[in-house]
Design a protein around this ligand. Structure first.
Ligand code: AMP
Ligand code: ZN
Length: 480
């Protein structure tokens, strides 16, 4: 069954195919055996909010859908710990430096702290770790080398504050976002500084006062043969992704992802750098972008202080799986309007699902077959540009189909993509001890045929928010 993915570059759903190129790394495997997949990752100056996490839920589902379709995937995600300025126009301060100053810690400490918090959230969401977390500060050499190639090919120029990419050298600049460069130029409003063209962007920024920034490098000590005008500084934000993706995946690869906010500037500039340096087009075959999560009241933004984290949701009594379920019920390209009413609806749906599955788990565990009909419908949905809302519907249809065989095995297979912990106890809060004791007491009462006491205890347990489900392994408790 073919996998179709919506490619932002063509504006169409396209059949997915591995690029037919020789293995860039000359491993014993041919390139036909693996898919190169690069995702733009977090800037680790603050906690990732639930909008950011929606983007990684999409990333994980895409990875899992590829594996489900039989592909080997090499998955790389970057971690931006330098160079991401507060404005996309190469102005403002480095977000890492601002955070380090505010928290009175080293930029690297800040980076590690927020990355660890991010990884914990991902674990809670059953996110499969990428092959490499590529940190920008671990790849300064690769970035300088790439800028050097661009300089040698004549794509760069120096200003008093850095090295810039001259976008007027490309006749297809902005093709990902359909940017009309002439129109932009006509309405110049952005502070141009010494930039030659409005769309030009920084590859390397010079430190204003060397010695004052926490993170800066002397490029001449790292790469030999640089021209004289290079000076102490740090990389621009876009160069890390071009340099690191191609280091791990080759000068051309299959899939590159990000949030829709990356299309206009970040990915547009990544393409400009990589295609100019490597001279191969297209650099990336499929560009996929996920829609944003918004609040009813507007944007969910770290910089505007309106952040909601997964831990905050947990403190309010919502499990990570309930949040994930909510994300899966909206197509990844559509905006997801977050509200607690929506989350409550997902919480209830997920709970009902788990309750149903507990019975299935008990009754069908050993009927050993896969229900091919339902699995096919499921794969059709997944392969139609990751139509998860439809796939969830297929799951529910199977759960409700009283005659269907092989429910347990089929749902287990589906959960290789959903990763919703459908058949495990994961995603649920542990049952308080006193409730477990009440259950034991009820069992004892039942054995003694004291049904009045048993029923009373059942009602009490229910009033405390738990339902007793009878299984062949004995009664189990589920939160209502
Ligand atoms: P950042 O840490 O700001 O670089 O963002 C990390 C990722 O989250 C990027 O891929 C963004 O595209 C994505 N992102 C940022 N805000 C949202 C949002 N409100 N909803 C969904 N994704 C977002
Ligand atoms: Zn990137």
């Amino acid at each position: 069954m073919v996998l179709k993915l919506y490619n932002t570059m063509s504006g169409k759903k396209e059949e997915f195919e591995i690029l037919d190129i020789s293995d860039p790394f000359k491993t014993e495997k041919s390139k036909k055996d693996w898919v190169g997949f690069y995702g733009c990752g977090p800037t680790v100056y603050w906690y990732q909010h639930i909008g950011n996490l929606r983007r990684y839920i999409f990333e994980d589902i895409l990875y899992r859908a590829l594996v489900f379709n039989g592909y080997n995937v090499k998955h790389i995600i970057n971690v931006t710990d330098v160079g991401h300025l507060t404005s996309d126009q190469d102005e403002g301060e480095d977000k890492m430096e601002v955070s380090a100053r505010k928290e009175k810690k080293s930029a690297q400490k800040i980076a590690k702290h927020y990355f660890n918090a991010f990884e914990k959230d991902l674990e809670k969401l059953n996110f499969k770790k990428p092959d490499v977390w590529a940190w920008a500060t671990d790849h300064i050499k690769e970035q300088i080398e790439l800028i050097k190639i661009l300089e040698e090919k004549g794509y760069t120029y120096f200003t008093s504050d850095g090295i810039y990419f001259d976008t007027s050298k490309l006749d297809d600049y902005g093709k990902l976002a359909n940017i009309d460069v002439e129109e932009l130029e006509a309405g110049k409003r952005i502070c141009m500084g010494e930039k030659r063209n409005k769309t030009d962007f920084a590859l390397w920024k010079f430190s204003k006062e060397p010695g004052k920034r926490q993170q800066e490098w002397n490029p001449k000590e790292i790469v030999s043969g640089l021209s004289d005008s290079w000076a102490i500084g740090y990389p621009g934000w876009h160069i890390e992704c071009s340099a690191m993706s191609s280091k791990y995946l080759g000068e051309r690869f299959e899939i590159h992802t990000g949030g829709i906010d990356h299309i206009q500037v970040h990915h547009t500039n990544e393409i400009a750098q990589a295609e100019s340096a490597y001279g191969k087009k297209p650099w990336v075959r499929y560009w996929l972008h996920s829609g944003h999560l918004r609040l009813k009241e507007g944007k969910l933004s770290k910089s505007e202080g309106g952040i909601i984290t997964l831990s905050e949701l947990q403190e309010k009594g919502y499990s990570p799986m309930e949040f994930k379920y909510l994300c899966l019920t909206t197509h990844y390209r559509k905006p997801l309007i977050f509200s607690f009413e929506n989350l409550d609806a997902s919480k209830n749906a997920y709970k009902r699902l788990k309750e149903n599955l507990l019975t299935i788990q008990d009754e069908n565990k050993n009927d050993g077959v896969i229900n091919e009909g339902y699995l096919k419908k499921f794969q059709e949905a997944i392969n139609d540009d990751l139509n998860l809302p439809e796939a969830i519907q297929v799951l529910w249809n199977l759960v409700r189909d009283e005659k269907a065989k092989g429910k347990y095995q089929t749902i287990k297979k589906m959960d290789e993509v959903f990763a919703l912990g459908l058949l495990s106890s994961q995603g649920e809060e542990s049952v308080p001890e006193e409730i477990q004791d009440m259950l034991k007491e009820r069992e004892a009462a039942r054995k003694e045929k004291d049904f009045e006491k048993a029923d009373k205890l059942r009602d009490e347990i229910q009033a405390r928010g738990y339902k007793i489900i009878d299984t062949s392994e004995g009664p189990k408790l589920r939160k209502i």
